[in-house]
Design a protein around this ligand. Sequence first.
Ligand code: GLU
Length: 415
Amino acid sequence: MQDFNPYDMAVQQFELAADKLELSEDMREILRKPKRELIVNFPVRLDNGRIKTMTGYRVQHNVNRGPAKGGIRYSPDVTLDEVKALAMWMTWKCAVVGIPYGGAKGGVICDPKNMTASELERLTRRFTTEISIIIGPHSDIPAPDVNTNSQVMAWMMDTYSMHSGFSVPAVVTGKPLSIGGSEGRNEATATGVLFTTRRAAQRLGMSLKGARVSIQGFGNAGSIAARLFHVEGCKIVAVSDTSGGLYNEEGLDPGAVQRHKLAYGTVATYPDGQSISIADVLTVPCDILIPAATEGVITEHNADTIQARIIAEAANGPTTPEADVILFEKGRLVIPDILANAGGVTVSYFEWVQDLQSIFWGNEEIIARLEVIMNKAFDAVADQADLYHCDMRLGANMLAISRVSEATQVRGIYP
Ligand code: GLU
């Protein structure tokens, strides 16, 4: 893990698709680098009266297909290269599902688990102010990501609105319903993972009823995926969070595990299961593996031992290019991150459209529209992969990169 650099990995994936598309070197140079990289250092008053200077980033990778879009993460591990990679993946993600956005990402180096709510609020308000020179409802629209949630989005929306003198709900997505959030947004990432997994299972002639599912990560994507896949009839055999993993071949009750996490802070100590390591969650006997934590966890060192038939990437960047080669050779079907987890940004797009029009849709309409978009994108990617005899990641990247390069080409180079 020490040498792992997410941006190098994102560029490596990009070059593979660019080679296959025979993209010109001029176009590669445009698409390889982010358009803007903003680094902010800013003071935050802690509850004990001390002041801590924090570092944060907002990177806009590409805006040729529309305003920049992407989440904000809070973590001690945030780096500029990580944010650059995540911004690039957002560009391809929006293109692959055909929503009119470019890609962005932001992050603050901090340890949210050891901060109070009022410290997090002050951090969020000051960070929003610092990046307000590049965000806006028509330029760059943040959303939740690792360790951020609808409350953080509410503080961001309020801060931006205070500076504007009026409410600007469309400046962020993933807000609470009471201030212009959308039905279905909280469950959107996991719902998209379910829709694409259903489609993949259909292609393989595999039933989801009774299928064994292992999930790494129990945040917004992982915990809700556990619930939705359980309702679908799957058996959730393993879960994990940052404290450890849990395995039960008979299947876990996701609701009970969730309640345990709320009460004790982790899933790892849940009594009705066997304690395993976070890494072991990837390699336990299962039919569907859902990495829903962080980047670079499936590598050439463990790809060979993964037993799942389908790997649905709820996390961004969980699989390295070296691991992709091994998984493809072994006949594993990887639904790549930019497709599998695109339900989140797709419902973010619905939220933004609703905010701009001040007309709100019901949950049924959201889910129906999401399913149409996810299925269409899945089929396009699967067909592309079949046509080029490649894995779905390469297929998805080829589709996405060709769409972004076409938009760049047709807009022309200014001046
Ligand atoms: N953070 C999510 C992602 O990685 C959602 C981004 C958004 O809704 O803008 O796709």
